[in-house]
Structure formats: structure tokens, C-alpha cells
Design a protein. Structure first.
Lengths: 141, 82, 141, 82
């Protein structure tokens, strides 16, 4: 049974998912985390809110695949990855990645790998709504 | 030549004005063949469609894959999660 | 007034310091964190507990200096850095670094910089106690 | 030639058997001069002392710094925090 956790969540991530406290373990000396937060500005424009669309069954499956990929950095790593979808406002957390390993280099590398691969491949799309009343589907970042 | 459901998301769903189509596709098709079939149905949006990737049964495809009426095809515009 | 937080704490870090929740802000799209946890093994030996010694006034001052250094990656970053000292057992968190920035690359780079510089210069010393009854002051990592 | 307090930590404190000394030092000294004065007081531990750095008033020193009786000197063994 995998000790990894990965899930698509409706709405912004609850505060409980921002902490890596659940990953503290005596065999893992290092935890690296990344939290993505909805920004109030993009390309110089004010963002009022945004909506994440998602191809959910594929996204759930892909998160598992990406964790398997990240295990190249440390076969014993533990990863918890959550992505929120739907309506969010600036300041709300949309993604949380926590990786625990024995040593810190692998934790940083695996955490970084996960967010980069999420931004390349996870079937999640961001529609930004601006303070001038317009909106835009973003094309990756 | 199975009839297969193709799912649309995000800007593709908005621009095509629908969240899916049923298309007749070859029993084996690669991403280019799937994109061509979608473009043939929606010629006004062929530029957008050409920028998309194709997933079959929740997996991006590169080479040709077998298709059946049970296959779930998705048109994947450039993603922007995180 | 600086919005940064840095402090030497007696004992293992309380759970509240493991979460970057306090750093979520609409202008900061990215938070990178590092948590150091006491490991139960080192160089193949079982660790029962350890004691961190600290030259406290210098350590407090140096944490501020290191945050100033990290601002080369993003002059607008916010950093929260805590290091625990004294007696700890495996699984307990000893260090927590949280860095919030507008974009993710600077957050990762600044967080990584902070833990590397802490391990180079922070006047904190770890005495490990092993399951064979011996102990050792470590010489850096 | 001020009399200055030198603080010892971790393995240095254990090996020297004390947590500080009062040493007479030049009015201006660099790290090598401070380490030499500590080694002269504790010759049996000169190898350990040679591996240490020196901080004056909570700052690592490289070149010479002025010293007064109010200066706080610290012998800094290789650190191992984190």
C-alpha cells in the first residue's frame, strides 16, 4: 500500500494541507514543500479571481505518475500532493506539495520536479478574471 | 472505424461551444489523426486545436494507439495548473 | 519594520512553526519550505537522541544576516526561519524555513540558500547519542 | 593588551573542560592571533583549536579587528545545525 497521498480537491486547499507535519518521521531528516498561492497580479493586470478547470480522472492518475517519476531522486521518498480546482481568489492556496526524504538534496529536487511537471502536464487550466472585467485562459507558466 | 467520445476542456470547450463530440475515428490513430478529425468538425478553430495534445484513457499519446467505442479521448489545451 | 521572522527556540519546533500558512498573501504566488527533522540513523548507527548547543546571540543575529543575503533572489521575499536547540529525539523537527515570493524559482533558490548557509555558518552544534551508549559532536553536513 | 573573555562551545567546551577563558590579547588581532593565544593556554587541544573559526561580537572575523575588554570573543568549532 502506497504511503503517498495525491488528490484533486474542490476549491482552495484547506489550511491542514499546507503543513508537512504529517510527514515528520524518524527516518526522514528532510522535508521540502511548495505551496502555490493565487496571485493578485499577472502581467501587470489586477486579478480579481480565477477558475481552475480540470480533467479530473486524468489529473488524479497523472499525480500518481509524477510521484512515481520523482522517486528517481530517492526511492524511499514520501510525497503528499494536492491541487485545488474551481473558484479561487487571490491569497488562496491552489497547490501543495510535500516531499520527505532522508537527506535534503533529494527532497528539494523531488519537490521542484513535481511542481515543474505539474505545470507541464497536469490537465488543469486557469481562467483569470481581471479588474477590467475581462478574462483569459492562461497558456502555461 | 469506431465512434468515439472526445472531451473538451477550458478554452477549447469555450471556443468549440461544447464539452464533447462523438467522432468516427480509425481503429488505430495517433495524436495527429485525432487532431485532424476534431479540426474537420470545427474548422474555424483549427489553429487552437493544432496547439493541443491528445490523451486516450487518461494518458498522453505519442504514437498510434488502438481506439474502440469505449475509448475516452480528451483534447488537452496547453495546461496552466499550479 | 521587517516582516521577516527568525528565532532560536528551546526544544523541538512546535507544530505551528511547520506550516507556511502565515505567509500566504495575494502578492506572493509561491512559498517554498524546508523542515529539518531529527533522524534515527547516521552513518549506519542508530541515534537515540541528540542535543543542540548554540551560541545564541550570534545565531539570532546570523539568521537575520542570512535572510538579508537571501533577498538577492527576490528583494520582496518574506522569510520565516526558526531553529530549535537543546534535547531532541528522532522525528522531532529542528529547523523550519519558509520563503514566500511572487514566483517559484526565487522561492526555491532562497529557501535552499538559507538551509545551506545555516549548515555552513549558524553557530549551532549537534551532539548525537547512539544506541551503543556513545556520543559524538558532528562536524557539519 | 586588553584582557578579553573567550567563549567555548560544543566539543571545544567539552575538550577544554570549561565554557570560557580570560586571555590577554593584542589591541588588534586577527583569527590566527586569537587561535594562537587559545592554543597557548590549551596546548593539548591545539589541533581542535586550529580547526575552529573566531567570532568577535557575534561576527566571524577574517582580517584584524580591534579588541577591548568589552569585546566578546567566541571560538567556533565546525558547525552542524539544521
Amino acid at each position: 500500500m502506497s504511503r503517498h497521498v495525491h488528490r484533486i480537491i474542490d476549491g482552495p486547499l484547506p489550511t491542514a494541507l499546507l503543513t508537512p507535519a504529517a510527514l515528520t518521521a524518524p527516518e526522514h531528516g528532510a522535508i521540502a514543500s511548495f505551496i502555490g498561492v493565487v496571485r493578485n497580479h499577472h502581467n501587470g493586470r489586477g486579478v480579481t479571481h480565477l477558475v481552475y478547470d480540470c480533467y479530473r480522472p486524468m489529473a488524479e492518475k497523472l499525480l500518481a505518475d509524477l510521484i512515481a517519476e520523482a522517486m528517481r531522486f530517492d526511492a524511499d521518498l514520501i510525497a503528499h500532493v494536492h491541487h485545488g480546482i474551481g473558484h479561487m481568489i487571490p491569497g488562496q492556496p491552489s497547490v501543495a506539495i510535500h516531499v520527505a526524504t532522508a537527506h535534503r538534496v533529494a527532497a528539494f529536487d523531488a519537490c521542484r520536479h513535481l511542481i515543474e511537471r505539474i505545470k507541464e502536464d497536469l490537465p488543469v487550466w486557469k481562467q483569470e478574471f481581471y479588474d477590467d472585467g475581462t478574462s483569459l485562459w492562461l497558456k502555461g507558466s | 472505424m469506431p465512434e468515439v467520445t472526445v472531451l473538451y476542456f477550458a478554452q477549447a470547450r469555450d471556443r468549440l461551444g461544447r464539452d464533447c463530440d462523438t467522432l468516427v475515428l480509425p481503429a488505430s490513430a495517433d495524436a495527429a489523426a485525432v487532431l485532424a478529425a476534431i479540426s474537420a468538425r470545427h474548422p474555424a478553430n483549427s489553429a487552437l486545436i493544432a496547439r493541443c495534445r491528445v490523451a486516450v484513457d487518461c494518458q498522453f499519446i505519442a504514437g498510434p494507439v488502438p481506439l474502440s467505442p469505449q475509448s475516452e479521448i480528451a483534447l488537452i489545451p496547453p495546461v496552466s495548473g499550479g
